[in-house]
Each structure stands twice: as C-alpha cells, then as structure tokens.
Design a protein around this ligand. Structure first.
Ligand code: KG4
Length: 338
C-alpha cells in the first residue's frame, strides 16, 4: 500500500517567514509571517530580516502544523529554500530545517527558490504539460525558463540588470509611493490611461531583459516635468502608473512571445511576485487566446514568496528520492541554478 507523502516546507529567503504542510499534492496549510518593518526603509534591511525570521520561525512552524492538523511524527520529509536569497535569512530556515530533519530522522530536501516560483503553477488543478515556458518575474529576477521535466530547467533569458519587480519598486519610490510599490502601482494603474506617456524600451537581442534604461527614462521624465510643475506627480499619478506598468508588461511579453514562437511551445506559465499583477495576468490570458497558448497562472496567494511552492517542488524531488546532505551550504549568490 502506498503511504501518503507529507512534507513540511520552510521558505525564508527574504522578508517572509513561511511554512507549509503538503500531503501529496494538497496544501494542508501555508502560513506566512510578513515583515512590515522594512516599509519605513523603502527596501528589505538584511540584518532586520534575519532577526525577524529567528523570532518567527518557531511560532510559524507550530501554526502550520496545527492548521494542517498534522503532528511531527507524520512528516515524511523536511524541505527548505536553499537559495538564492539573503544569506542571513536563508541561514535561519536552513538551520531549522536541518535540525528538524535530524531530530525526526527523516529526509531533507533543498529547493531552489526560483524553481519554487516556477512550480507554483503545479498547485492548481490545471497543471502545465512538458515542455512549458515560465515567465518568472519577481523582485530579484526576470527570466524565461524552459521546463522539460519537474526537475529539469533551462534559463533561456534573464535580466542583465534590474528585475521587473525592482523596476516597479524603484519607480514607485520615485513617485513617493510606499514599499513594495508593485501592488500599489497595480491598484493606481487601474484608474489611469496606459497610453498617456511613453518610456524607453530596451532593444536587446535574444531572450534577455533589461529594465535599468526604463528606470532612468522614468526618472528623467519626472525630473524634467517637476521643474515645470512641482505637482506633476500628484496630478498625473494614475496615468504615470498605468503607462509605466504597460511599458513593463510590453517588455516582458515581447520576449515571452519570441521564445514561445521560436521554440514552438504553447504551454505557458507565469510565476513570482510580479505575476500577482492584474494587468499582466489579463495580458497573459489575451495572448493565450490570440496565440493559442494554454496559459497557467498560479493562484494569487502562491505568487509572492510562500512555502507551498517549496513544498510542491520538494514533493517531486521526494518521488525521485532526490534528498540533500546535511552539510549542504546555502547559496551565497543570486544564481539561476535549479
Ligand atoms: O516573488 P517575490 O515575493 O519576492 C522575490 O522573490 O523577489 O516578489 C516581490 C516583488 C516586489 O518587487 C513587488 O513589488 C512585486 O513582487 N509585486 C508586484 C505585485 N505584487 C507584488 N508587482 C506588480 N504588481 C503586483 N500586483
């Protein structure tokens, strides 16, 4: 008789302490303790983030087990985010996961954070067929990933400078909007004219992205207009947000369309924090209709950092008996390695 696979997964790569319990492919709980104190600094402060993870990890693990109605002795494996991410933050989740796996004498599974974002789409009923492309867009990454199997990835293109989420956040900061700015811009853009202003788009060959030129173009545009009208941002905020958001989405979609066409792939997914963006989600569906794509969009709660995406990635690694050794160090760099 096949025994259920029950995995407890820990995600602590940045400023969210998240723990999920997964039984086979069903999420029994997915608890996220978000750190609000970074808002006042306009970005994540690594030292504060790791200290908060240390405070949060025990209560979040307890809550996740309680909500799932699962006890420690029912667990089949412990999964954790190995990287990429902030080293101090990763160390908290990594050390906790290793200690728990040793004390329970069960396998340990390390998961690449970016693989987690790609795999979030497997938390839905309508899962993609292989091969599929995933537009992975978060605060630290913008990539087009070709996925040929659960644990088999190829990065076709990625940003050569800023990530899409960073472009949202930094342009939001220029408009004195709160951090993180992506969701704020998304909301304001809904009332604005997306074609009122135009901003620079990069002309890169291949599938790589660049957002630093757009950021500079937006900065100079604001600076020049503020010289003439000090209330320029206030008076045009919704149109600025809508035009900026449309430019970012145009840049993202152009490369995704090129990759889908060149590789003849019609199964297309998105993942990462920016995939929460309402216009991007809508645009994906429109492209799906126009280009006959099967579009896979993760549920909203699995777009930003969460442990359920780590748990589902670990589930497929568990099936392959792909366990990690206790002395595996966390990634020190922001690599795209899966
Ligand atoms: O995936 P994530 O939670 O963290 C990383 O792994 O980076 O992504 C965070 C990013 C931030 O840049 C945030 O502004 C962006 O996702 N984001 C959004 C939206 N919600 C979150 N960007 C655009 N529209 C949104 N609705």
């Amino acid at each position: 008789m096949n025994k259920d696979i029950t995995i407890l997964a820990i995600e602590s790569s940045c400023d969210d302490t998240s723990v999920a319990v997964l039984r086979d492919k069903t999420v029994l709980s997915n608890v996220i303790a978000s750190q609000k104190m970074h808002e006042e600094y306009g970005g994540v402060v690594p030292e504060l983030a790791s200290r908060a993870h240390m405070q949060n990890i025990v209560p979040v693990v307890h809550t996740a087990l309680k909500r799932a109605n699962v006890s420690l002795n029912e667990l089949s494996a412990i999964a954790y985010t190995r990287g990429p991410g902030l080293l101090g933050s990763l160390l908290v989740g990594t050390s906790f996961a290793k200690s728990l796996a040793i004390s329970l004498d069960i396998p340990l599974i390390d998961v690449n954070h970016l693989q987690g974002h790609v795999m979030a789409t497997f938390l839905t009923e309508n899962t993609p067929k292989f091969p599929f492309l995933c537009l992975l867009v978060s605060g630290g990454n913008s990539q087009i990933v070709k996925v040929t199997d659960y644990n088999c990835y190829e990065i076709l293109g990625q940003t050569i400078d800023d990530a899409a989420g960073e472009a949202f956040d930094k342009c939001a900061k220029m408009m004195q909007l709160p951090y993180p700015g992506g969701a704020v811009i998304d909301k304001l853009a809904q009332q604005g004219d997306p074609h009122r202003f135009t901003f620079a788009k990069p002309h890169l060959a291949g599938y790589d992205y660049s957002f630093s030129g757009l950021k500079t173009s937006f900065l100079y545009f604001l600076r020049d207009n503020l010289k003439v009208n000090p209330n320029f941002i206030e008076e045009n905020k919704v149109d600025l947000c809508a035009s900026l958001q449309t430019t970012i989405i145009d840049i993202l979609m152009a490369k995704l369309l090129k990759a889908a066409t060149d590789f003849h792939i019609h199964e297309i997914a998105i993942g990462g924090g920016v995939s929460a963006n309402s216009q991007l989600r809508q645009t994906m569906l429109q492209y799906g209709e126009k280009y006959h794509w099967n579009v896979h969009i993760p549920p909203f709660e699995y777009t930003t950092d969460n442990a359920a995406m780590i748990a589902i990635s670990a589930y497929y690694k568990y099936l392959n008996r792909d366990f990690s050794s206790i002395d595996l160090p966390p990634f020190a760099k922001m690599t795209g390695e899966a």
